[in-house]
Every structure is written in C-alpha cells, then in structure tokens.
Design a protein. Structure first.
Length: 262
C-alpha cells in the first residue's frame, strides 16, 4: 500500500521543500516509485524540479477545486521514478474557494485514494501555514508528518502550534496521524547554538528525530535555481551526501515498521 507523508512546519525557511524534494529524489534513486505533491501556492517544489508553473494546463488547484483526478495533473521529472503533482499560482485562491465546500478537509485525501497501486510513497509539501491546504495534507497523510527543523535560534518556535494542529486533525479528521519524523536542517558545526538546538530537539523527541543532520550548504541553496535536486545538481556535495543518508535512514525505519506490522 502507498505510504503517504506530509512535510510541514508553519515556520518558513526551515528546509521543508528542500527536504521533500531531495528525499523524494533519493527514494526514487533507490528504486521506489514516488509522487511529490506540491500543496504550497508558492510552487517552490514545482520549480525546484524544473517545472514552470506558468506553463501548466492543470495543477493541484484543479484536483482540489474542479475534482480533476490527480493522475491527470501529474508530470514527470528528470528523475526516473519521481513524478510531480505540481502547484500553480491559482492554488493561492483555493483556500477561499474550499471554505464553502462539503468535506473540505478531505479533498486531498480522496484525491490520493486512487494511487494505491501506482506509487510506493506520496510526499506532500505543505505551505508554511496551518490553513486549509495544510489541514488537507495532514488529513491525507495516513502515515505521518515529517517536520524539518532549522538548527538556529527559535527553532522550536511554532512547533507547539503545529503539535496542537496535529492533535486536532487526529481527533477529528485522521485518527492515524502522528509526527513520524523530525529532520534537523541547516546545521552549522562552527556554532555552539546549532549543536545546542540538535541536543534540545533530540532530548524532547528522541524517537522521532532522525540521526542524519542536514548541513548548511551553498550547493543545496543553489540547486533549486537550476530546477534540479541536489542529486542532479551536485551529487558529491555535503548536502547530497546528507540527503542520501537521510533516505537510507528513512527506508530503514520503513522496513522496521513493516516488520513490526507483519
């Protein structure tokens, strides 16, 4: 069965899209069939994979508002095994239009129901807010939410509110929802603060926090401007090595979960 994860953090600039895009690229490189769903109106995941949102005939907006089957909006990427359900500027108005819709929180989940045989993983990149688009993603994410956390001051700011939102979604919309992983990003080993943040997050969330830490990297910052993942842009860089390690750790966790469930 397809595993579905949302990538969420209401704080912007924490490496959320970078993590969703690059983890997806490395999972595909490991032979998994992956769909990246760009649920952010800014369309950063879409442009990071070399797709121009302005050139698209259909996008996730059509899936949510016009009930277009998600398979009809999916486009291929440079990576074999990695496909994209793109965002577009029109998605910015979707939250307003969704307010009056019946079962508005379940629109994305229903769209993903037909993907069971097509993908091993669906990764949903959320906007940096806790509005209806993020709630839709959390409702669809039957296997959990992954939270990227920047290794800087106020890193845990907003995490409490995200936790409350997860609790509300679990109680009312998606009983299976958990915070399944936390990824420490933008780590600078030259600062004591970065190490303190790593230790603090691991102390509070020992089971959820991935061992792999993503370093601050010029190559990681440059890759989206070329419409490429770090795997395509700079495969021998420190950032690429880190995301490759994260993908291995992620898959090891998945195998453990499967063994526990069998």
């Amino acid at each position: 069965m397809t595993r579905i994860y949302a990538f969420a953090n209401q704080k912007g600039g924490v490496g959320k899209t970078t993590t969703a895009v690059n983890l997806g690229a490395y999972l595909a490189a490991a032979g998994r069939r992956v769909l990246l769903v760009d649920a952010d109106p800014q369309a950063n995941a879409t442009s990071s994979l070399g797709v121009d949102a302005g050139d698209l005939t259909h996008s996730l907006y059509d899936v949510l508002i016009n009930r277009t089957p998600i398979g009809e909006v999916v486009v291929s990427t440079l990576h074999a095994g990695l496909e994209l359900a793109p965002s577009a500027p029109a998605l910015a108005g979707a939250e307003v239009e969704m307010v009056s819709m019946l079962a508005r929180e379940h629109l994305l989940r229903k769209a993903c129901d037909g993907l069971t045989d097509r993908y091993d993983y669906v990764l949903i990149d959320c906007p940096p807010s806790l509005g209806l688009l993020t709630v839709n993603a959390l409702t669809a994410a039957r296997d959990g939410v992954i939270v990227p956390i920047q290794c800087e001051y106020l890193a845990l700011e907003g995490l409490g509110r995200l936790w409350q939102t997860v609790q509300l979604v679990r109680e009312n919309l998606n009983p299976q929802l958990i915070i399944s992983g936390m990824v420490l990003t933008m780590f600078d080993p030259r600062t004591n603060l970065a190490t303190q943040v790593v230790n603090e997050v691991r102390k509070h969330f020992p089971d959820q926090t991935f061992h792999t830490v993503i370093p601050r990297s010029v190559r990681l910052s440059e890759a989206p401007s070329y419409g490429q993942s770090i795997l395509a842009y700079a495969p021998t860089s420190a950032g690429a090595t880190a995301y490759e390690a994260l993908a291995r750790e992620f898959l090891a966790r998945e195998e453990t979960l499967l063994e526990a469930g069998s």
